[in-house]
Design a protein around this ligand. Structure first.
Ligand code: SF4
Length: 379
């Protein structure tokens, strides 16, 4: 593309043409309908999109030239017309309990973290949807950095591509939780495009039942999610039973209150076997009293749900402490005795700071214009 620029020099006008090169479309950023359209626009057959999807997502290739059931000529044309990128693995740490933390570098130099939780049979990838987060939850380190930028669909799926290869799990079944850095519904379009790419039968072919989306409850986006054809499991980051308490912990509650969120959950279409998970980070002295437990049980009682209690993983910069085991047990018992299914999340990867609320890219100073990822899982 040429851009005509007028310049002035020594009082004299010059017209000069500055050539800018359009970046090649990235195959990893295209869902299959978009890839079919892009191929057709360049005079290729649409069905090649299915082959390309199989190579990228089923076989994990990172070079167009490795797609050996495409003709040599087609591979050469595709290589000049398209890029094929994915995040690069910058660092990998393994906890004594088997949890693994992956630091991934994006094309613009920013970093995100993804976590592998190896509990069998449900091996789980925890992935991010944004660099930073605008929600500013009081117990979350990611919230402290604000939103740096949204991830693209290709970067969200790219985390799965990298982890599947690093862990040799590409042909195995695994779960995905969108509980990493960021609020998925605040990056709605790219998150949903990523879910459609993950569900593609010629790619990872992930059942939506294996994917859980965790949100603070952005109501308009939640209503929109209720109409989608790809419907992940839903987890609501509740964390407090009243507007007064929740407003202190999750600032967006001042806009979308507890009652409205519960009403939206009651309307949310659930399949016969599924139910909504309410995530509740237990913070000593802030939301862990017996009264809080009773209020919580009453609040969610009318929803087809389970409650997941997450004792805080205390970390520098988080102004809360983890409750004692006795307080955690007492809270769980009150909720369970009220007839609500409740579980207490086991903490994983604390020794490598991969546990909920602990992920942080340490020891690196952001350069001008580049903010490094501070990741805290909470969602
Ligand atoms: S807990 Fe989740 S929504 Fe809240 S600031 Fe952290 S990443 Fe964002």
């Amino acid at each position: 593309m040429g851009v005509l620029v007028d310049t002035w020099s020594l009082g004299k006008a010059y017209a000069t043409t500055v050539t800018t090169v359009e970046p090649r479309p990235d195959l990893a950023e295209l869902d299959r309908p978009a890839l079919e359209a892009a191929l057709e626009a360049r005079g290729h057959k649409r069905f090649h999109a299915r082959q390309i999807f199989r190579w990228i997502y089923k076989h994990g290739v990172t070079e167009i030239d490795a797609m050996t059931d495409l003709s040599r000529e087609l591979r050469a044309t595709l290589t000049s017309d398209f890029a094929l990128t994915r995040p690069t693995l910058a660092q990998r740490e393994t906890s004594v309990d088997g949890t693994e933390k992956f630091l991934l570098r994006l094309a613009d130099g920013r970093h995100i973290e993804s976590v592998f939780i190896p509990d069998t049979p449900a091996m789980t990838f925890c992935v991010s949807t944004q660099v930073g987060c605008a929600m500013a939850c009081a117990f979350c380190l990611t919230g402290k950095m604000g939103l740096v930028r949204n991830l693209t669909a290709g970067e969200i799926v790219g985390q799965v591509r990298v982890l599947a290869d690093a862990l040799n799990l590409r042909t195995k079944k695994f779960n995905i939780v969108l509980m990493g850095m960021g609020e998925p519904l605040h990056n709605y379009d790219e998150t949903m495009r990523a879910l459609r790419m993950l569900a593609d039968e010629h790619g990872f072919d992930m059942s939506a039942r294996r994917i859980t989306l965790s949100t603070v409850g952005l109501l308009p986006a939640l209503e929109r999610l209720a109409t989608e054809d790809v419907m992940p499991n839903l987890a609501i980051s509740l964390h407090a039973p009243t507007d007064l308490q929740r407003g202190e912990l999750v600032p967006i509650n001042k806009k979308y209150g507890v009652r409205d969120i519960i009403d939206a959950c009651k309307r949310f279409p659930l399949s016969r076997r599924s139910r909504i998970t309410f995530e509740y980070v237990l913070l000593a002295g802030a939301n862990d009293s017996p009264q809080d437990a009773r209020k919580l049980a009453k609040l969610v009682g009318g929803v087809k749900c389970k409650v997941n209690l997450i004792p805080l993983n205390a970390a520098p910069g988080i102004p809360f402490e983890r409750p004692s085991d006795e307080v955690i047990d007492r809270f769980a018992k009150i909720v369970a005795d009220s007839g609500v299914t409740v579980s207490v999340r086991k903490s994983r990867g604390r020794d490598i700071r991969a546990a909920c609320g602990q992920l942080i890219v340490e020891g690196q100073k952001p350069s001008a214009g580049q903010q490094l990822a501070v990741v805290a899982f909470g969602g």
